[in-house]
Design a protein around this ligand. Structure first.
Ligand code: NI
Length: 222
């Protein structure tokens, strides 16, 4: 399942962040890629331990990890820390697959889902599409600032070369309670169906109670 979630950052958060992003300290992105990925990675990564980094990280992580649609689709068990990546003219990130595991010790997680939250307005840069190979097709995404694309970490994906301007994104990974993509999709459908029916049926109706039971029991099976 590949979904785009609009406005994970609202206008106020985008406004607040736009001033802060200029104050970030940057380092070469290839340092943060695995050995194979480093050969195709041409971008910079913000050092979130320096300057205004921790505050920026807190705003982004807070908005992403609490978002109800993302939570329904991903069934998160663990989130990685987020990173902010900047790609300027001539940069990009060639076709690759993300590392299956990230972090150490308590922070360690299996990457089931990857996300990219777009921070730059699409009209401010040329190129820089996120291209994900999914269900036998290549999906090309360049959404509005504040929108997030969620896709299986098992997909081959790339960032098209930026031919002008500057592309800023926030990326991260999720270990899901539901390891299998089919299970996540079924659960997401049921949760959406329940939200849809909630406007028409009483919470205590037999239909809603059965649906709640199915959702709870399906979660227990993972
Ligand atoms: Ni990647």
């Amino acid at each position: 399942m590949l979904i785009s979630i609009s406005q994970v950052l609202d206008a106020d958060q985008r406004e607040l962040l736009s001033g802060m992003l200029d104050a970030l300290v940057w380092k070469d992105g290839a340092e943060t890629a695995g050995r194979v990925a480093a050969q195709v990675k041409r971008n910079q990564r913000a050092d979130l331990n320096q300057s205004i980094g921790p505050k920026v990280e807190q705003i982004l992580f807070g908005a992403i990890s609490a978002h109800p649609v993302l939570r329904a689709a991903a069934q998160p068990h663990k989130f990685s820390s987020v990173l902010i990546s900047k790609t300027t003219t001539g940069g990009g990130y060639g076709l690759h697959v993300d590392n299956p595991f990230m972090g150490d010790g308590e922070q360690s997680l299996r990457t089931d889902l990857s996300f990219t939250l777009f921070l730059s307005r699409p009209e401010t840069y040329e190129g820089g599409e996120l291209l994900v190979e999914h269900a036998g097709q290549t999906q090309s995404m360049k959404p509005n600032a504040g929108d997030l694309v969620l896709y299986p970490s098992s997909s081959l994906h790339q960032v098209a070369e930026v031919t002008s301007g500057e592309r800023l994104v926030c990326v991260g990974w999720i270990e899901s309670r539901a390891r299998r993509v089919e299970d996540r999709e079924t659960l997401f459908d049921l949760i959406n169906l329940k939200a849809e029916l909630a406007g028409r049926l009483d919470d205590q109706s037999p239909e809603m109670l059965t649906l709640s039971k199915v959702i709870a029991n399906l979660k227990r099976r993972f």
